[in-house]
Design a protein around this ligand. Structure first.
Ligand SMILES: O=Nc1c(NC[C@H](O)[C@H](O)[C@H](O)CO)[nH]c(=O)[nH]c1=O
Length: 201
C-alpha cells in the first residue's frame, strides 16, 4: 500500500516574493547531506521569486548552535534595517574565515537593508551509540520553535533527525541506492517563502 505521508504540494506562485529577504543558517556536521540540502533550499527559494542577492547564508559548527545562530541573524538583520549598518553582522559576524557556508553566500549580506522575512535552520543529526542525538535534537528543535514565536519571524525547521546514515542521505536527495530519495531542502525553501508572505500581509 502506498504511503500517505508527505507534504501537500507547495503553492505554485508566490506574489510578492521579489521583495522578500530570506536567511539560511546551516550546521557544518554531516556535510554530505548539508550541501545538497542548502542547495535545494536556495533552488526553491529563488524559483519562488526571491532575488539571489536577498538570500543570506551563514553557518555554525553544529545543530546545537542553530538556535543561537538563527536568533543572532534575525536580530542583526533588524538592527541593520533600522540603523543601516553597512555589514549585516558587523564585527560579531557568524561567518568568519574558517566557517564558510556549504555553498557560497548567494546574498551579499551588507547590501540589502530590509530585515529578514524568514529564516531556515538546517542541520543533520544522525543517531549514534549515545544519547547525544536525543538531547541535541530536542534542544535544537524546541529552540528554533521558540525563536519564531518570540520574534514573530517565521523560523523553518530544516533539521533531519535520522536514525541511520541512509535515512539522512535519502532525505537529502542523495541516497546511496537506486532510490536517491527526496531533497527536503526544496520543501523548506518553499515553506520559508510561504510563511514570510503570510507574515507580511
Ligand atoms: O554529535 N553529532 C552531531 C552534532 N554534534 C555537534 C553539536 O551540534 C555541537 O556543535 C557541539 O556539541 C558543540 O557545541 N551536530 C550535528 O549537527 N549533527 C550531529 O550528528
Amino acid at each position: 500500500m502506498a504511503s500517505i505521508k508527505g507534504p501537500a504540494p507547495a503553492p505554485t506562485s508566490f506574489p510578492g516574493a521579489e521583495n522578500l529577504r530570506i536567511g539560511i543558517v546551516h550546521a557544518r556536521w554531516n556535510e554530505e547531506c548539508i550541501t545538497p540540502l542548502v542547495k535545494g533550499c536556495v533552488e526553491s527559494i529563488t524559483k519562488a521569486g526571491v532575488k539571489p542577492e536577498n538570500i543570506v547564508i551563514e553557518s555554525v559548527p553544529g545543530s546545537w548552535e542553530l538556535p543561537f545562530g538563527v536568533s543572532r541573524l534575525i536580530s542583526a538583520s533588524q538592527v541593520q534595517a533600522s540603523s543601516n549598518v553597512s555589514d549585516l553582522m558587523g564585527a560579531t559576524s557568524l561567518l568568519d574565515d574558517n566557517s564558510k557556508p556549504a555553498t557560497p553566500t548567494t546574498g551579499s549580506a551588507g547590501k540589502s537593508k530590509a530585515a529578514l522575512d524568514a529564516v531556515i535552520g538546517i542541520g543533520v543529526l544522525i543517531k549514534g551509540s549515545t544519547m547525544h542525538f536525543e538531547y541535541i535534537s530536542e534542544s535544537c528543535c524546541s529552540g528554533l520553535m521558540r525563536i519564531g514565536l518570540d520574534t514573530g519571524v517565521p523560523v523553518i525547521l530544516g533539521v533531519l533527525t535520522a536514525l541511520t546514515e541512509d535515512q539522512a542521505l535519502e532525505r537529502s536527495g542523495v541516497g546511496r541506492g537506486a532510490n536517491k530519495g527526496h531533497n527536503h531542502g526544496l520543501d523548506w525553501g518553499s515553506a520559508s517563502v510561504e510563511m514570510a508572505l503570510k507574515t507580511n500581509r
